[in-house]
Design a binder for this molecule. Structure first.
Ligand code: GSH
Length: 260
C-alpha cells in the first residue's frame, strides 16, 4: 500500500503560510509541525496566543526521517527543540510552554491549583474520549450502520459531557484556556464527519455549535489554519473515510488500543 504521504501537499497554505513565513529565524525554540496535523495545531495555537518566539519547521511525520526520529523517537508530530533539548507529545508541550515562558501572557491555565486540576481533567477527557471516538466515527464504514450509530452517539455523549462544563464563549468563561486549544483542532475538522458520517454540531446539545464557532474563529486559531486545508487534506481524510489509514493512531483504533 502506498504511504499516506504519497500525494501529500508539503507545506502550509493561506493564513498559516503567512504565519510560517514570519517564523523562520532561529530561536531558543524550534517547532517541528505538520501543517495538517491537529496535534501540532494545539501547540501552534498556544505559541501564537502567547507570542512566544519560535522557528517553524515543517515535517512530514509519515516519512520518519532520521533527523526527526532523533528529536522524537516516536516519530510523531509535533515536537520541539528547546535550547538543544527535545520535547514531544502535544499535551506535554502545552504544559511545557506554560512552565518555560511564565512571563508570556496570557496564562492559559488558571493559577488556583483546583481550577488547574479541573481543566486537566477535561483535557484528559478530550484526549481519551473525544479524539479516539471522533477518529473511530470517521473510520467506520457507511455499510456498518450499527457501529456507525454507536460511534456517532458516543461522540455526541463525549462532547455533551464537555459542553456541560463550559462557562462562556470559552471553556472557563471569556478567557481562552488550554482546554480550548486542545479541542479546537477537532472542532475545525468536524466537517469531515458532518459531510460523510451525518455528524451535526446541533445534535451535541444546546450551546455546542455556538462554542465551536467562537473558538474556531479566534485569531490565533485562524493564523494556524491553512485556507485550502480542506482541499489539500482530502488525501489524508479519504484514507480514514475509506478505512485504510496507516497512521499510528489509525492502527491503534483498528486494534482497539488507546491512540499513541
Ligand atoms: N500523542 C501524540 C501527540 O499528542 O502529540 C499524537 C501525535 C500524532 O499522532 N501525530 C500524527 C503523526 O505524527 C500527525 S497528526 N502521525 C504519523 C504516524 O502516525 O506515523
Amino acid at each position: 500500500m502506498a504511504p499516506p504521504d504519497a500525494n501529500l501537499h508539503p507545506v502550509a497554505t493561506g493564513r498559516a503560510a503567512e504565519t510560517v513565513s514570519q517564523h523562520q529565524n532561529p530561536q531558543d525554540l524550534t517547532f517541528y509541525s505538520a501543517w495538517f496535523c491537529p496535534f501540532s495545531q494545539r501547540v501552534w495555537i498556544v505559541l501564537e496566543e502567547k507570542g512566544i518566539p519560535y522557528q517553524y519547521k515543517e515535517v512530514n511525520p509519515y516519512k520518519k526521517e532520521e533527523h526527526f526520529l532523533q528529536i522524537n523517537p516516536r516519530g510523531l508530530a509535533p515536537a520541539v527543540e528547546y535550547r538543544g533539548k527535545a520535547i514531544y507529545e502535544s499535551l506535554v508541550l502545552l504544559e511545557f510552554l506554560e512552565d518555560a515562558y511564565p512571563s508570556y501572557k496570557p496564562n492559559l491555565l488558571p493559577s488556583d491549583p483546583s481550577d488547574r486540576a479541573h481543566q486537566r481533567i477535561w483535557i484528559d477527557h478530550i484526549a481519551k474520549a473525544v479524539v479516539p471516538v471522533s477518529m473511530r466515527l470517521t473510520m467506520t464504514q457507511p455499510n456498518e450502520q450499527e457501529k456507525l450509530e454507536t460511534a456517532r452517539n458516543e461522540l455526541y455523549e463525549a462532547l455533551r459531557k464537555l459542553q456541560n462544563e463550559i462557562k462562556g464563549t470559552c471553556f472557563a468563561g471569556e478567557r481562552f484556556t488550554l482546554v480550548d486549544a486542545v479541542i479546537v483542532p477537532w472542532v475545525l475538522r468536524d466537517y469531515v464527519s458532518a459531510e460523510h458520517r451525518a455528524f451535526k454540531r446541533e445534535d451535541v446539545g444546546d450551546g455546542w455549535a455556538e462554542y465551536a464557532k467562537a473558538i474556531e474563529t479566534r485569531d490565533s486559531v485562524c493564523r494556524t489554519m491553512s485556507v485550502s486545508e480542506r482541499d489539500k487534506a482530502k488525501v489524508i481524510y479519504n484514507r480514514y473515510l475509506g478505512g485504510d489509514a496507516q497512521s499510528e493512531a489509525a492502527k491503534a483504533i483498528k486494534a482497539g488500543r488507546p491512540i499513541p
